[in-house]
Design a protein around this ligand. Structure first.
Ligand code: NDP
Length: 271
């Protein structure tokens, strides 16, 4: 076994995070000795917490989750081009002197989609929601040559703003297009967790449309339950969660762990 490295995930709430489980599996597989803890930290305490955490010479890195991703992008560190553009950081890496700030959500999402045998190139994409998660995937989807992207959100102004920001990279719209079926429908809205989930009516889809919910739980999410009434291609966000974690792990230790094994472990827990 190697020396001990201290890691963790910072959020609020954090009690139900699967990240400690995922990283303990990666640690076992790669034979790297880690202590990965969940830290419940309030908004105002975020920056002081990070600074205190990294005073320990054993501290190697952190994952950042709701509601701190934007705050983390304002920390004093070396930020990646992507994290700076989307104003969100979910991974901090520390070397002897500096901290480095990254977002692995977008690449985690793309990896999972590719792992499932799908791609974005020339496809018509619908993203529901226009919050932080929507932008992290919009960045990578827009860079993967889709035919067009519709960003559909309860508060249309937020969708319009994001569409303007990404219109130089890809064709983006904030109103539903009924002319041809969507190839991939992605739910990045937290409806169902915060407030009631209401399916979109009059959606142009085909039998082969893929439905992907960024949300996940050990039971079926409301979006997946609805989508399964329409299509056999329905997935929740567990795969993305495991892939973004694997990218963080790779940034800390230079080793990309086996994601399929951990996804299978979680599927087994769901029964
Ligand atoms: P935000 O709070 O930034 O955005 C929430 C989005 O959901 C907004 O677009 C909001 O619309 C919409 N929304 C919330 N409640 C409702 C409702 N009742 N009806 C319709 N729309 C609603 O959250 P994030 O974008 O950061 O996260 C969204 C989800 O993605 C979370 O549940 C999170 O767990 C998940 N996620 C999963 C990841 C994974 O690895 N699988 C990674 C990151 C996030 P409005 O603008 O109108 O308020």
């Amino acid at each position: 076994m190697s020396k001990l490295y201290k890691l963790g995930v910072v959020g609020d709430p954090i009690e139900h995070s699967l990240s400690p489980f995922i990283h303990s599996r990666f640690s076992r597989e790669t034979n790297i000795n880690i202590e990965y803890l969940p830290f419940k930290v309030k908004q105002d305490d975020f920056a002081p917490f990070v600074s205190e955490f990294f005073k320990d010479s054993l501290s190697k890195g952190l994952n950042i989750t709701l509601p701190h991703k934007k705050n983390a992008s304002m920390l004093d560190g070396v930020i990646s081009k992507e994290a700076k553009y989307i104003n969100a950081v979910n991974t901090i890496v520390k070397d002897e002197k500096k901290i480095f700030l990254y977002s692995t959500d977008g690449v985690g999402f793309i990896d999972d989609i590719k792992n499932k045998g799908f791609m974005f190139e020339d496809n018509k994409i619908l993203i529901i929601g226009a919050g932080g998660a929507a932008e992290s995937i919009l960045y990578t989807v827009a860079h993967n040559k889709p035919k067009e992207i519709t960003l559909y959100n309860r508060t249309i102004e937020k969708a319009e703003k994001l569409c303007r920001k990404y219109s130089h990279i890809s064709k983006t719209e904030s109103v539903l297009d009924h002319n041809s079926p969507y190839d991939i429908v992605i739910n990045s809205s937290s409806a169902g967790l915060t407030g009631e989930f209401r399916p979109i009516e009059e959606l142009n889809i085909s039998k082969s449309t893929i439905f992907y919910d960024l949300n996940y739980s050990l039971t079926e999410t409301p979006f997946c339950k609805w989508a399964k009434g329409i299509s056999n291609n329905v997935y929740d966000g567990i795969g993305m969660l495991v892939h973004q974690a694997a990218h963080s792990y790779n940034m800390w230790f230079g080793i990309f762990p086996d994601t399929n094994k951990v996804i299978q472990d979680i599927e087994d827990m769901r029964g």
